[in-house]
Design a protein around this ligand. Structure first.
Ligand code: NAD
Ligand code: WQD
Length: 338
């Protein structure tokens, strides 16, 4: 399949590009590089041993988005592009709504115009809002607690409504906590500025870029008092996209379907710190500070639907997630060049 990969230079998109090629598909990347470096592209080409067609522009430019799809004979789109920082989304909500919804509108219109009928969408466990049910199955009600989360809830609804017209097949993939890196250590997560998420923060402490981790609360109702999350290796996540793409192609009667991509297991912040220290051989000093507003105690997926329907299951361990993150971080202490 020829697949347009929006946000293909970003963290999850870049790992998915590698797996698309390995599965015999042809990815074409569009990325504005608002949150990625163009230097990921030659690294991807080196990994896969061939050139990648890529385009640098903002997908909200409807004419450019349409022009790319017009050229291509595309079978499908995987839509990763979006802004994703929860805290920032409360500071600049309009930018989040405009970017995340605007990219989706431009894409859907271009897909309609050029007869591209399949879309795999990056959704998030954030759409379960304040739900405290664990594990979390897909049929739980959706909601959000911040503008970023609302953009995902809204995009899911828009995609459901479009899929209901019968023109488009949509896979809504709800990721839990993506971590890790390609085992080569040449591509990985490269947050700009201070990392918002736990794993890149731990990795930057271990490599000496930051002094210590702040652990946001140790008085939660969990075994060691720190929150439990469902960390999933980005390589497993990438494989989930290939499985979803192939599912849509094989099931033309599926209009829209949600799948959780998680492991089904919760790991605490302190367990993650210990696993990273063991995997890297480096200390990760930390201090316990106040809870971060909005954090839930326990979040993990019920991944049974993805296993039953997509034949997909996360297989990589916390130890592999830490080892691969460390290989990437230690080889690229400042992230991508340029
Ligand atoms: P990322 O920021 O590394 O990748 C997103 C890419 O999209 C970036 O390269 C960015 O430059 C590009 N982009 C953003 N807006 C664009 C626009 N208007 N036009 C063109 N390109 C644009 O993020 P990621 O972690 O790879 O996440 C990918 C997707 O998965 C996002 O939609 C995110 O919301 C979703 N998601 C991420 C996580 C996570 O924790 N990483 C969890 C759940 C869902
Ligand atoms: C994990 C745990 C923190 C940083 C977020 C989004 C979610 C999804 C994934 C996009 C929590 C603790 C963290 C730190 C810490 N993204 N922590 N010190 O909050 O589960 O999920 O990313 O869709 O929508 O909300 O992930 O990595 O920020 O936090 O103690 O410096 O680590 O309190 O318990 P989270 P996270």
């Amino acid at each position: 399949m020829r697949v347009l990969v929006t946000g293909g230079a970003g963290y999850i998109g870049s790992h998915t590009v590698v797996q698309l090629v390995a599965a015999g598909h042809t990815p074409v990347v569009v990325d504005s590089h608002v949150n990625s470096r163009p230097s990921v592209l030659p690294r991807l080409e080196e990994l896969i041993g061939t050139t990648i067609e890529s385009h640098a522009f903002d997908l909200r430019d409807a004419d450019k988005t349409s022009a790319v799809l017009a050229e291509g004979c595309f079978d499908a789109v995987i839509h990763f592009a979006g802004l994703k920082a929860v805290g920032e989304s409360s500071q600049i909500p309009l930018e989040y709504y405009d970017n995340n919804l605007g990219t989706t509108f431009a894409l859907l219109r271009a897909m309609e115009r050029h007869g591209v009928r399949q879309l795999v969408f990056s959704s998030s466990a954030t759409v379960y809002g304040e739900t405290t049910t664990v594990p979390m199955p897909e049929h739980l009600p959706t909601g959000a607690t911040n503008p970023y989360g609302w953009t995902k809830v809204m995009q899911e609804q828009i995609l459901r409504d479009v899929a209901a017209t019968g023109t488009t097949q949509v896979a809504l993939l709800r990721y839990f906590n993506p971590v890790g890196a390609h085992p080569s250590g040449t591509i990985g997560e490269d947050p700009q500025g201070i990392p918002n998420n736990l794993m890149p923060f731990i990795a930057q402490v271990a490599v000496g870029r930051r002094e210590r981790l702040q652990v946001f609360g140790d008085d939660y109702p969990t075994p060691d008092g720190t929150p439990l999350r469902d960390y999933i290796h980005v390589e497993d996540l990438a494989a989930g996209h290939v499985a979803a793409l192939e599912y849509l192609a094989a099931h033309p009667d599926t209009h829209v379907r949600e799948w959780n991509l998680g492991t089904g297991t919760g790991t605490s912040v302190l367990e993650m710190v210990a696993a990273f220290e063991a995997g890297s051989g480096r200390p990760v000093p930390y201090e316990v500070v106040d809870r971060r507003p909005g954090d839930l105690a326990t979040v993990y997926a019920d991944p049974t639907r993805a296993e039953a329907e997509l034949g997909w299951r996360a297989t990589r361990t916390i130890e592999q997630m830490c080892a691969d993150t460390w290989r990437w971080q230690s080889a690229n202490p400042q992230g991508y060049p340029g």
